[in-house]
Design a binder for this molecule. Sequence first.
Ligand SMILES: Cc1cc2nc3c(=O)[nH]c(=O)nc-3n(C[C@H](O)[C@H](O)[C@H](O)COP(=O)(O)O)c2cc1C
Length: 549
Amino acid sequence: MNADAVVRYHDGTKHHFHRFAPSLGYLDWASQPHPFRSFDGAPVVPLAHRSPAVPPVTYDQLFQPGPPARPLPISIATIGDMLRHALGLSAWKQFRESRWALRVNPSSGNLHPTEAYMAIGAVSGLAETAGVYHYAPDRHALEMRCAFAAEAWRAACGDPSRTLLVALTSIHWREAWKYGERAFRYCQHDLGHAVAALRLSAALAGWRATLQPDWPQRAIAALIGIDRDDDYVEAEREEPGCVLLVTAGDEADRAGLSGLVDAARRGEWHGRASQLSEDHVEWTFIDEVARATEDPGRNPPALPALPDPPDLPDLPDRPALPAHERALDPRALMLQRRSALAFDGRSAIDLARFVRMLARVMPGAHAPWDALWWDARIHLALFVERVDGIDPGLYLLPRHPTAVERLKAAFGRDFLWESALDATVPLIRLARGDCRRLAGRLSCDQDIAADGFFSLGMLADFDASLETFGPSFYRHLFWESGIVGQVLYLEAEAAGARATGIGCFYDDPVHEVLGLTGHTFQSLYHFTVGLPVEDTRLTTEPGYAWETR
Ligand SMILES: Cc1cc2nc3c(=O)[nH]c(=O)nc-3n(C[C@H](O)[C@H](O)[C@H](O)COP(=O)(O)O)c2cc1C
């Protein structure tokens, strides 16, 4: 039974106080995977080095409901801008002899298992045919994997200046090299971060981007050619993840499938995938869960419309955080997003900024939540440490109105269940008290979980979701948690602070704190937000040589 295999994997990759999930236990530097995949022999199309001259958008406008009056047409310039601000390089860091790239999208261990592909019609500057392209973030270029009939694109997806598809894959080996069996979870988190990054960067051009529920994984693999054995001789295979339809305008949110896949299959293919490591360790548990959670595709469920976002509180004249002068240019914010390595352990955040952050992670009829075809399945258990105007303690942010009663029934402890805020966000106080030590302990004893304003665990509505949508939804639960995380990363930057995703936490001890038994709810991801302390030993250069700050 696939559902049993999912639970077996999930339980088998939990961290316990006395035992971490199985991994090699050391880093074999000789087999460290290369961070960038390339397709040798594929024609390369460089993307523009600068953003196109377009009307400015503010960061807050990215979250406005409804499409903007005049979305930009899809062109090689606007595609480049979207990819640059979702998946491009954000910086190069150096410490002594080591130099490594950071990206706009975060990744557990900075290992970046996510690869991105685009399927697109004939767009001027790109090709006269339709094509499938791999995005090469190291060069900010597209590698043309396949050229296929432009008419096939039009028949399936319509006007190429108004639609394109982005498909995401995971190279499990990249994460497994360091994290062993737990790596499948991190690949899914990272994919969720990338989905949110893409949805928000699509909003820069006034576009929408929606996950396509009816695409079976195998169709995604066939469209982007990752099932072509001859192109992957000795190269690590890629696991199909999801496909997003990007639309500029009021096109339908669904793309025709079969005609497109057939046309791509018949197309002219180029390039061979590069090998990332010479030696590999087999992690068969990951292969098993990947098979058990293979997505067959489905018709999307009919859901009630998402609510409009609430009015956000004004920011205080004298904020608790040091005033930051950065204009909230969304592109700058996306490029400056980083994971904090340490927090100062002193500063507090003001209530208005805290409420804004929580409001932004609530589902609403806007980016990135409008990319999802399911209703919210992730709820937040917050350890509030330093928020002006909120007592320290344990809190709950249910992200779906019907979840409260079920969470109440599942939490086997005598909590307060008091409303902690006004109507802007439905924050519930569970218990008052200093939870810094507890928060740090639960997140694998990482100080960043104790030294910030708050940290949190993301509780997935586990059993019921798998029952409703089948085992493949295991992946989607992690995607949703990654999307929540990406919003928190950006919100932290917008508040003049910083965040860090935390994949390392002790699973069942978190459940014990809440009195959770069984698998009704499971904590899938932790997060922390605070005022960062920079590591001044590192030097930083821009993501690309042509960019000066
Ligand atoms: C799924 C996920 C899990 C992570 N887990 C941890 C963690 O447990 N501890 C930590 O310090 N950083 C963690 N990080 C942060 C990554 O190390 C960081 O994203 C990566 O080094 C890239 O740096 P950047 O986010 O500054 O671009 C995590 C990030 C992600 C996306």
